[in-house]
Design a protein around this ligand. Structure first.
Ligand code: PMV
Length: 359
């Protein structure tokens, strides 16, 4: 599959502003390991979040010298590191959007969650950017005949920026990666799962406990690459496919016990993969383990179906049904808050996906 389109060149180069707001997502079945051009070694499944979003506005005007000139502002402050990152990304997608070389581009980006929260902003950031680029194409070339085509291309482009970003293009429960039994699943873009979802999962909550707000210890690019030599990777990829099927069935039948089991197994397997790679990484902190043990104790005592998951870092996402919100927040405030940095908890939930910013 290929979106290269040499005809997308402006006859009259415009000026304008386009913006999109896009959420982060939390994987239930983890993508860890990739092949080819940013294609996943196993299918994954995530919840799109609601509050944790990136707002990105692209301000474009005719380029002065036929080469896209990029400036990037994070929370209003020029950021050359991000500008370089975006410049690398644009060189990878220039055959998809050849008009980019006709434009000078200023990107204004801000996160609705604190920048220092240690939450990965690459999924929300890259998906917002991909949507804004597809929207420029839509506005000036009218190349999409349906919304579905528009979002599919945005997901394809977001994937090239950051794999998991392709799932943030859609709301609710999203799959990425060819998987048995999921019609339209693809390694190239995300796919919204709409059917066979028990209502208990429609307003699922995600309370994010910030255990460490520092920079990532290992970049996901390095982490994914380590799966090429990890001795357990082939078993892991088989397991992820199996876990995906079991999780879809748990979601269909509202089986919270099975949901909890698979989500936690996936989180710990992701970290096991990092601990068994060469070089190896330990990304949990002592506080991460303490919180996990407290959650296990609490679940055993109360039967409240709350579970944890982790990204490639020490912060904890606590997932639970809406009906238990008050009790879980009370548990967090009394027993878990002491393990966080400066009492940082973000009470988020499953969200409906990106939205265009009215400018
Ligand atoms: O999208 P990347 O390359 O940052 O990788 C994300 C990997 C995990 O967050 C650990 C898992 C996932 O599926 O989101």
């Amino acid at each position: 599959m290929n979106y290269e389109s040499p005809k997308l060149i402006f006859k009259n180069i415009p000026s304008g502003k386009i913006g999109w707001c896009s959420p982060s997502n939390i994987a239930l079945v983890k993508y860890w390991g990739k092949k080819g051009l940013q294609l996943p070694s196993n299918p994954s499944l995530s919840f799109t979040l609601n509050k944790s979003q990136t707002e990105t506005i692209i301000d474009f005007s005719p380029a002065e010298n036929n080469k896209c000139n990029i400036s990037f502002f994070l929370e209003g402050i020029p950021n050359t590191k991000f500008a370089e990152k975006i410049s690398g990304f644009f060189s990878r997608i220039i055959n998809i959007f050849p008009f980019l070389d006709q434009l000078d581009i200023k990107i204004y980006s801000k996160n609705t969650f604190p920048h220092s929260a240690g939450i990965a902003s690459s999924a929300s950031g890259m998906s917002a950017l991909a949507l804004a680029l597809c929207d420029i194409e839509n506005q000036y070339f009218e190349s999409f005949s349906t919304e579905k085509e528009f979002f599919r291309k945005a997901s394809y482009v977001a994937r090239l920026g950051s794999g998991s970003a392709c799932r943030s293009i859609y709301g609710g429960l999203v799959n990425w990666g060819k998987a048995e039994g999921i019609n339209n699943s693809s390694d190239y873009f995300g796919h919204e799962i709409r059917d066979n979802i028990n209502p208990v999962f429609e307003d699922f909550q995600d309370s994010i406990l910030i255990i460490d707000a520092g920079q990532k210890k290992v970049s996901s690019t390095i982490g994914h690459n380590l799966m090429k030599t990890n001795p357990f990777s082939s078993g892991r990829f088989i397991q992820a496919n199996k876990n995906l099927q079991s999780l879809l069935s748990a979601v269909k039948y509202g089986d919270l016990e099975e949901f909890v089991r698979i989500v936690e197994l996936e989180a710990l397997t992701l970290h096991s993969m990092m601990m068994t790679s060469s070089p190896y990484f330990l990304l949990m902190k002592p506080q991460t383990i303490s919180v996990i043990e407290k959650i296990w104790e609490y679940r055993k005592e109360t039967n409240v179906p709350v579970c944890f998951t982790l990204d490639a870092g020490p912060n904890i996402h606590m997932l639970y049904p809406y009906d238990y919100k008050e009790r879980v927040i009370d548990f967090i405030n009394t027993e878990l808050i002491k393990y966080t940095v400066n009492n940082s908890v973000i009470h988020d939930r499953v969200g409906s996906g990106p939205a265009k910013i009215a400018i």
